[in-house]
Design a protein around this ligand. Structure first.
Ligand SMILES: [Zn+2]
Ligand SMILES: [Zn+2]
Length: 342
């Protein structure tokens, strides 16, 4: 089968012919319908600092959906034909801890697209211990391939304790920022500012379509000044989804006393900010990372209910053979979200 493989600890990926995964007694074989290109995949593609954690060679791709086509003899939780997505970290089901029913303490956890083969391929493998979500009929494979990043955004909004009527800003109109915007909108925020750079033009247009009340190009306008102009005292919350260390201080300047800054972006270096106004303003800085299975369940419910339309961020659907093009378009921001459709 064809697969997008990170073959070497250096920039780039390769399209290779590899074997279809073997299905052991606790394994589940998935025919992949859609694999979604994540910011972290781009990180590994470019071989930026932090990439040394991944096991090379590895098939990339942890955001996916597909159909169960084969199950091992001990698998009971899914059946051939089920339409599914799954959380991208799972117990191996083979080690002594797993065999003793302690999958939480698995000594050989599989992390598809990072420490084990992922889903930018025609087929991928799950284990029976994975958190697998069966898709309601009205949730498309394309939407389901976005469950992972959507859950990241949902977890971030959860941590902000959003209340209906509150005012918020999102820094960074990438897929996570745009999902955060959709969730804030569905959650009843009364004013949402989206801030980006000139290079984000297409993404900022999409943010406006998705309901952002105020769009700020940070190269032309200062979002903190704009915030004061609009609200008098500042916002209730700011979501930092750029990974630019400067935006931490910016976020702190934008929230009112008692406000919260939720950090979602992964930053390449140290961030500098003045702590005294933060102390005097009793402001809170929150780190938001990943999600739990309950977050995924709610993400699936909110997508299925039609309250949000995550597919709106998909701009490109490409075959695996156009891997290079997909990565390049995501890097130069021509694309918002790229799906590989094997
Ligand atoms: Zn991801
Ligand atoms: Zn194990």
């Amino acid at each position: 089968m064809k697969a997008i493989v990170k073959t070497k600890p250096e920039p780039g990926v390769e399209l290779l012919d590899v074997d279809v995964p073997q299905v052991g007694e606790t394994d589940i074989l998935i025919k992949v319908s859609a694999g979604s290109l994540c910011g972290s995949d781009i990180h590994y593609y470019e071989w930026l600092p932090g990439s040394q954690f991944i096991r090379v060679p590895v098939i990339l791709g942890h955001e996916f959906s597909g159909q169960v086509v084969e199950v091992g003899s001990l698998v009971e939780n899914v059946q051939v034909g089920d339409r599914v997505s799954a959380m991208p970290s799972m117990p191996c089901c083979q080690c002594s801890n797993c065999r003793a029913g302690r999958g939480d303490s698995c000594s050989n956890r599989l992390v598809p697209g990072l420490l084990s083969d992922g889903f930018f391929a025609e087929y991928g493998r799950l284990t029976a211990g994975a958190n697998i979500f069966k898709l309601p009929e009205n949730v498309s494979y394309e939407a389901a391939a976005l469950l992972e990043p959507f859950s990241v955004a949902l977890n971030a909004v959860d941590l902000s304790d959003l209340k209906i009527g509150q005012k918020a800003a999102v820094l960074g109109p990438g897929p996570i920022g745009l999902f955060t915007l959709q969730i804030l909108k569905a959650g009843g925020a009364s004013l949402i500012m989206m801030a980006g750079t000139g290079a984000d033009e297409k993404r900022l247009d999409l943010a406006e379509e998705l309901g952002a009340d105020v769009i700020v190009d940070v190269e032309k306008d200062d979002p903190a000044f704009k915030t004061l102009e609009l609200t008098g005292q500042g916002l209730d919350m700011v979501f930092e989804a750029t990974g630019n260390p400067k935006s931490v201080a910016q976020g702190l300047n934008m929230v009112k006393p008692g406000g919260k800054v939720v950090l979602i972006g992964i930053h390449p270096g140290l961030a500098e900010f003045d702590p005294t106004p933060m102390v005097r303003g009793r402001k809170t800085l929150i780190g938001a990372y990943a999600y739990d299975a309950q977050t995924w369940e709610r993400a699936l419910a909110v997508i299925s209910s039609g309250q949000v339309n995550p597919e709106a961020v998909i701009t490109h659907r490409l075959p695996l053979s156009q891997a290079e093009k997909g990565f390049q378009m995501a890097i130069n921001k021509e694309a918002v979200k790229v799906l590989f459709m094997p």
